[in-house]
Write a protein that binds this ligand. Structure first.
Ligand SMILES: [Zn+2]
Length: 119
């Protein structure tokens, strides 16, 4: 696996997410767009804030996943499944670069955490 290419890809993604999260939170603070004195206008702005909050939250969540993936990469554990310790399929990592589990563990879902597979 070309770890350097993966690292670059993750770093680029991290920058995008940081930017998206900070833009959404700057808008949330109404730095460039103070709350209107008009009540109806305020309602629209508040609805917009809910959307911005969701964008900011999802960017933060993905940002944590990217950072965890970068740490695993640095530690040489990027391709190790966090649940079963096996190798994560290269095509799975290509599709989901931040994943920390192999396909069978991912399909088994969170219930399988810490337990052996039953089947
Ligand atoms: Zn696994």
């Amino acid at each position: 696996m070309d770890t350097e290419a993966v690292r670059e890809r993750l770093l680029k993604r991290r920058e995008e997410l940081r930017q998206r999260a900070s833009e959404a939170s700057a808008d949330l603070r109404h730095e460039a767009d103070p709350l209107s004195a008009d009540f109806a206008e305020q309602v629209t702005q508040r609805e917009n804030d809910d959307v911005l909050g969701a964008i900011s939250n999802s960017a933060q969540v993905e940002l944590q996943q990217v950072e965890a993936a970068l740490r695993r990469l640095a530690a040489g554990r990027y391709t190790h499944c966090a649940l079963c310790g096996g190798d994560i399929e290269p095509e799975r990592l290509a599709a989901v670069p931040c994943t920390d589990r192999c396909r069978s563990c991912a399909e088994a879902g969170p219930k399988a955490r810490g337990r052996g597979a039953r089947s």
